[in-house]
Design a protein. Structure first.
Length: 199
């Protein structure tokens, strides 16, 4: 049994391939008899604030913070507690214009926080999130993994690593807009990878 934090960031709702892949992963774990504790967020429904100067200062501990800033710090604290309380982080990260969805970036802007999820040292930041592994589900219209057009993978590896999450697996569903057979091939590859990792 694991404590699983699920982040869905697709704007496509029920038509989202990444959401479907996450659901398939969780179903595979249930089929194996796992009774996980799951906290799930649809980030498109959370309406997370976009980082601006006021909120950035508040998250850095500025004095005389506005009520909006205080509310954002409280939200950040809650999201960080969820992250630190998990064993496994599942991230739905479809590729939009070569990068992650805005909604997912907003979540990271609230949880990647100095003295809370990482500390600065004289040489390099040290992550403070311990014992959390991650699986990223990323659907793409084309084929980008391993190519310069994939900004999703290096960004997520870097920001998760900053916080101390270094065991990160990626499940790609690529070529979904490539006809005639790209979609079928891409989903089949993703389903095979899910079967490997859902244990």
């Amino acid at each position: 049994m694991k404590n699983i934090l699920v982040l869905k960031s697709s704007i496509m709702g029920n038509d989202s391939q990444t959401n479907n892949l996450i659901d398939r992963f969780l179903a595979a774990r249930r089929a194996k008899g796992e009774e996980d504790r799951i906290v799930e967020h649809d980030l498109t429904a959370l309406d997370l604030p976009v980082l601006d100067g006021e909120l950035f200062s508040a998250l850095r501990g500025a004095e005389n913070t506005s009520q909006r800033g205080k509310a954002t710090v409280a939200l950040s604290d809650r999201l960080i507690a969820e992250l630190k309380g998990s064993d496994l982080l599942l991230i739905g990260a479809p590729m939009y214009n070569l990068n992650v969805p805005t909604q997912l970036k907003n979540w990271f802007d609230l949880v990647a926080r100095a003295r809370m999820t990482f500390n600065y040292t004289a040489t390099y930041p040290v992550g403070l999130v311990e014992g959390v592994n991650a699986v990223v589900f990323s659907s793409r219209g084309g084929v980008h993994a391993g190519h310069p057009t994939d900004a999703v993978t290096p960004y997520l590896r870097s920001v998760l690593g900053l916080m101390g999450i270094n065991d990160v697996q990626f499940i790609y569903a690529e070529g979904l807009d490539m006809k005639p057979h790209g979609r079928d091939r891409g989903l089949a590859n993703a389903h095979e990878r899910i079967a490997e990792l859902a244990s």
